[in-house]
Design a protein around this ligand. Structure first.
Ligand code: FES
Length: 634
């Protein structure tokens, strides 16, 4: 009997040894992507056989066409073509790009273990009643009772806590104080009768250009207990940060308006978190916030005008600690908001949080971190120091600016396959629903497949001379019909137009050129890179091979690509539960060099070369050359 053991600890026992890995996974209810329905044609069901390779039948020709030499050596197989031929155990790992069970919530991110040492703690203290012969005030007796809570440091009483002294102190001798401690101060921010609320809760918020993510944490255990997310309502004032900067620069009231709507949206998320957990917002005693530089300035009510003008400097780069009441975030009135420090220009606190969560700064071998969004931040660790830059990659990779583009929601085409002979497509949609449009991972897959099958050339032009009814010219624009009207939810053809291909080229060229500039500056080659961390919601769902084929990132073995999801949110959570992490974040921001691409002469040239698929110089993409020559010889 054969036992197929999957990496999530499920095991399938096959009495006849004739079930391939894909079927075994299906029977176990484990989702593996299978766009061609198990025919061995799409290559989307790649799995890694960790042990027991000799118990599977030999590699088929279709697998040799689909997998690179390195993947074959590393144990990759196509699940639909790998069938056990001998008894024993086979251990199978499902890489994230092949899994269809990934966390669809766009707020999930890497989990990094840190020692729990929050900035805010709660303590039960006894305050002796006033004595007739003593002249000490209530507040002085309270401070005296807190004297040992913060080592030898003097403890101050904040105004919010002070206003509660008359009502709380006289009612009960035993009270619970909320103590806020950072490197400069120890302050009692709140007092309450003991037993009122034993929980110490904190809120981490990631303010993205497109979305907001909020996490409620138990500061005693360090655990995340609820998550909520929404779109950033500032979107109606422009998809990108530049439109919002120019809007706020026009009139002072515009800045208040954008600040007001994002604060209101955060308050709505707090309300959702409270509903999920049956807690009161007033129980949240600490807040940590990350965001790119423009989002950071807008949230704090700082005019981001300077970011839109050469030399594109932020108004502040150090951490900002501000009362939650002052910016209108409705949590405990005594709570402070910790806004992450900024590296420079458009590389903000979210990049610092990404570095903190991935621990990029601690690696001794070269590694890259790419946080893909409308604005993409790139950080390179050359093995000893960090350099960073930011580029405008536009919304194409999130499904924006694409004729039939949509966000990664139910009905979005997320995986694409094109038959190399007939050039007929296959696709899967989120939730298996009829196709409504194409999301970021789908458009990237589509362009990669179109390149592999000769439907587009390396310049990105659609080959209208190819004889397939799927390619047509409409309103003088060439397009490839990915889903026919009869199969789609809206009853219209879903196509990839020439303009869509160009949008993908522009986005990937900006990201690759930004990456190249940092690598050249530090003298790092693709072969030196030991890891690439891909962050951001889009990064979580892409097929890493498709991204490589279009030339989104340097040509390195795919097993060195690590998807870290919303690691900016993870970094914010770490800073909420660890005081040391806040100091680390401040060191990271201070030690990371910022490279301004607008002032870099080589960027435009590299951008032009990177517009090609995968690059004007295909020599730097040996794996892609191999894949393309194999698929075109099919
Ligand atoms: S499902 Fe295995 S190659 Fe398509």
């Amino acid at each position: 009997m054969t036992r197929i053991i999957f990496d999530r600890a499920d095991r399938y026992i096959d009495p006849q040894n004739d079930t391939n890995i894909l079927d075994a996974a299906k029977r176990m209810g484990i989702g593996i992507s299978a766009v061609c329905g198990g025919k061995g044609l799409c290559g989307k069901c790649r799995v890694v056989v960790k042990t027991g390779r000799e118990k599977l039948g030999p590699l088929s020709n279709l697998e040799r066409l689909s997998l690179s030499d390195l993947e074959i050596i590393s144990g990759y197989r196509l699940a639909c073509l790998a069938t056990p031929v001998a008894e024993g155990e086979i251990f199978v790992k499902i890489p994230p790009e092949s899994s269809i069970e990934q966390q669809r919530l766009q707020v999930a991110g890497i989990e990094t273990i840190v020692r729990v040492s929050p900035t805010v703690t709660k303590h039960v203290i006894e305050v002796p009643p006033p004595r007739a012969q003593e002249s000490k005030s209530d507040a002085e007796r309270l401070i005296a009772a807190c004297s040992t809570l913060s080592g030898t440091r003097e403890v101050k009483l904040g105004l919010n806590a002070l206003t509660l002294v008359p009502t709380t102190l006289r009612r009960s001798g035993s009270i619970t104080v909320t103590l806020y401690e950072n490197s400069d101060t120890s302050e009692v921010t709140w007092i309450e009768e003991t037993g009122n609320s034993d929980l110490t809760l904190g809120l981490a918020v990631d303010v993205g250009t497109t979305k907001l993510a909020a996490y409620l944490l138990n500061l005693q255990s360090g655990k995340t207990i609820a998550v909520a997310s929404s779109l950033n309502p500032q979107i109606s004032f422009g998809d990108d940060v530049i439109s919002r900067i120019s809007y706020t620069s026009r009139d002072a009231k515009n800045l208040r308006q954008l600040q007001g709507i994002v604060v209101a949206a955060i308050n709505k998320l707090i309300h959702d978190l409270c509903d999920q957990t049956a807690i009161e917002a007033s129980q949240i005693s600490d807040v940590a916030v990350v965001g790119n530089t423009a989002m950071h300035h807008l949230l704090l009510g700082i005019n981001p005008k300077s970011l839109g003008l050469s030399p594109y400097r932020p108004s502040v780069t150090s951490k900002v600690i501000v009362s939650s009441k002052e910016i209108g975030i409705r949590v405990n009135p005594g709570a402070y908001v910790y806004a992450f420090p900024i590296i420079g220009g458009f590389v903000g606190g979210d990049a610092v949080a990404n570095i903190l969560a991935t621990q990029l700064h601690k690696l001794s071998a070269p590694a890259l971190l790419i946080d893909i969004g409308t604005n993409t931040e790139v950080v390179l660790n050359d093995g000893s120091r960090l350099t960073s830059c930011s580029c405008a990659s536009g919304p194409a990779l999130e499904g924006g600016c694409i004729e039939h583009g949509m966000r990664a929601e139910t009905g979005a085409i997320e995986r694409v396959y094109i038959d190399p002979e007939s050039r007929e497509p296959g696709y899967t949609t989120i939730g298996g629903a009829p196709a409504r449009g194409i999301c970021g991972s789908g458009i990237l897959d589509a362009v990669a497949c179109m390149l592999k099958t000769g439907i587009v050339d390396s310049g990105g032009r659609i080959a209208t001379t190819l004889s397939t009814p799927r390619i047509r010219v409409r309103n003088r624009i060439a397009e490839y019909v990915l889903a026919e009207a009869k199969d789609t939810a809206g009853g219209i053809n879903i196509t990839v137009t020439q303009k869509d291909v160009q949008s993908v080229q522009l986005a990937k060229a900006a990201i690759f050129a930004a990456t190249s500039i940092l690598m050249k500056q530090q003298g790092i080659n693709s072969a030196d890179l030991q890891q690439i961390f891909l962050a951001g919601a889009f990064g979580t769902y892409i097929d890493p091979q498709s991204a490589l084929i279009v030339g989104l990132y340097p040509d390195i073995p795919l097993d060195r690509i690590r998807f870290v999801g919303n690691s900016a949110g993870s970094g914010a959570r770490i800073a909420l539960i660890s005081r040391e992490a806040r100091s680390e974040a401040e060191q990271i921001a201070g030690n990371t060099e910022y490279v301004e691409l607008a002032a870099n002469r080589g960027f435009q040239d590299e951008f032009m070369r990177s517009l090609y698929l995968p690059h004007k110089n295909p020599e730097i993409f040996p794996t892609v050359r191999q894949i393309l020559s194999r698929s075109r010889s099919y």
